[in-house]
Design a protein around this ligand. Structure first.
Ligand code: MN
Length: 303
């Protein structure tokens, strides 16, 4: 109780130590984990492994959380063995098949598993989580995006560039706003979501509207959060369908990008792993990481 003898409290002293020992501060901030979540089924493990490798190519100290109903524990064990050497960890977040049992509309729609991502702040006890779709490759360090200031917003997002001028959502009032974001990259302030009961609010919206919405849970997220989200630029969710549309409307394959996208999102009908579009923009980036040997990542000088 008596701190008058020194005139300073414990906090002041800790702050003092931190400012005096600069190295300590650097090490400390480097040890902060980046939390990344995916939502996949077992068919997607190959693609998510390529995505994890791309993240480890540019980042260390990452916690990976995989939301799923059917991925084998052996897959997690094998990936963790590689990640041990990269100061990263992977966690299986197994969700029971009947999680939406009490919710008729959700239980019956085929894409109901994509709604799992709405529950991230309830499932993952972290302050902040970056959700990424599995049709993504990371192309740079995530540190500045992950730690960026959300300015009080519960969510960081990127506009859906694939829509162009269309706004085909009767259930979203365009006169209020034509904001519509892509839900493949979501920077989630989990603490704020928990404080505001956003998981419940989103699941209630889903209950009421899941049968009429055009793009499933992406529309539900937009219904609740499009006016409250912080919007980032194309760099943080570089949507390949946008580039493919540009190529098509200009009848050219010759597109160059003047910045380095941090997150490449193959949000297109055709994926880099199929044979439908061999000219898909950044197709080679996916294959670079898909074939990258874990041994190379492990032996490579630390990033
Ligand atoms: Mn996607």
């Amino acid at each position: 109780m008596d701190k008058s003898h020194s005139g300073r409290g414990i906090i002041d002293i800790i702050l003092d130590i931190k400012t005096k020992i600069g190295v300590f501060i650097m090490t400390y901030s480097k040890n902060e984990y980046i939390n990344v979540a995916f939502n996949i089924d077992t068919k997607y493990t190959t693609h998510v492994e390529a995505l994890i490798k791309s993240i480890c190519y540019y980042n260390r100290h990452v916690n990976f959380y995989v939301l799923h109903t059917d991925v084998a524990q052996e897959w997690f064990d094998g990936i963790q063995q590689k990640l041990d050497k990269l100061a990263c960890r992977i966690f299986s977040v197994h969700i029971s098949e009947d999680v939406f049992e009490g919710n008729k509309t959700l239980a019956h729609i085929s894409s109901s598993s994509s709604y799992f991502r709405l529950m991230i702040p309830r499932l993952i006890k972290q302050k902040r989580v970056l959700y990424l779709d599995a049709d993504i490759i990371v192309n740079d360090s995530l540190e500045s995006f992950f730690n960026s200031d959300l300015n009080g917003a519960p969510l960081g997002v990127v506009k859906d560039y694939g829509l162009g001028e269309h706004f085909p959502f009767s259930y979203l009032d365009a006169s209020i706003s034509r904001n519509y974001f892509n839900s493949g990259v979501l920077l989630i302030d989990c603490e704020k979501w928990r404080q505001e009961n956003l998981v419940e609010i989103l699941l209630d919206k889903a209950k009421a509207h899941s049968e009429e919405v055009l793009y499933g849970d992406q529309c539900i997220l937009n219904m609740v959060l499009r006016e409250r989200a912080k919007y980032y630029g194309l760099k943080e969710n570089f949507q390949i369908n946008y580039i493919e549309n540009l190529k098509f409307s200009n009848s050219t394959d010759n597109v160059s990008v003047e910045f380095v996208p941090t997150i490449i999102h193959y949000a297109a009908k055709h994926k880099p792993w199929d044979t439908q579009n061999l000219n898909l923009f950044y197709r080679e980036k996916y294959w670079f990481f898909r074939h990258m040997d874990w041994a190379y990542l492990i032996m490579r000088p630390s990033v």
